[in-house]
Design a protein around this ligand. Structure first.
Ligand code: HEC
Length: 152
């Protein structure tokens, strides 16, 4: 095989990798679009199945969610306007849902909020966040969008 063929093969592989990478990016939503009815509906199913047991079907979280339990862990916070979820940009909520709270806390931190990376796809995580966002009052959605540098 001549050097030319080898170079061509390397170039082809690189181009394919770049195309796949770019398409992957286009495919995956990069924010929780609560104005996409299909995404919100899928997210409602994901939420009911994987989040509601702790965060509540009504998004109200667990009682006394701001007080650590005797075992040192925090109860699940609400995802409605009374909680902190909307204080964080979509990206951050995505990472916490995917990797779990402990990934962003000091070593040894114990939390009931495990990561969902082996349970849900990225698209399902985005859908659950779109559902949560769809439940926020308009004024909160506007504040959250402004904070994230977006128009919605
Ligand atoms: C086993 C209970 C449990 C389940 C199931 C669960 N969570 Fe949580 N979640 C928690 C707890 C507890 C916390 C707070 C943990 C801490 O700060 O130590 C939390 C925190 C969070 C936060 C950060 C909120 C904030 O104010 O910063 C997000 C976002 C979140 N959960 C999203 C989800 C989503 C989305 C799902 C479903 C895919 C889910 N959680 C499922 C218990 C749970």
């Amino acid at each position: 095989m001549s050097l030319r063929y080898i170079l061509f093969a390397v170039l082809l592989t690189a181009v394919t990798a770049i195309i796949l990478w770019k398409f992957g990016e286009i495919d995956a939503p990069s924010f929780a679009d609560a104005d996409d009815p299909g995404l919100v509906e899928r997210g409602g199913q994901v939420y009911a199945e994987h989040c509601a047991s702790c965060h509540g079907a009504d998004l109200k979280g667990q009682p006394d969610w701001e007080k650590r339990r005797p075992d040192g862990r925090l109860p699940a916070p609400p995802h409605d306007e009374s909680g902190h979820t909307w204080h964080h940009p979509d990206e951050q909520n995505f990472k916490v849902t995917k990797l779990g709270v402990a990934a962003f806390a000091p070593a040894g931190y114990q939390s009931d909020m495990m990561g969902f990376k082996d349970i849900l796809t990225d698209a399902e995580i985005w859908a659950s966040l779109a559902y949560i966002k769809s439940r926020w009052p308009e004024a909160i959605r506007r504040r959250h969008a402004a904070m994230s540098g977006r128009s919605q």
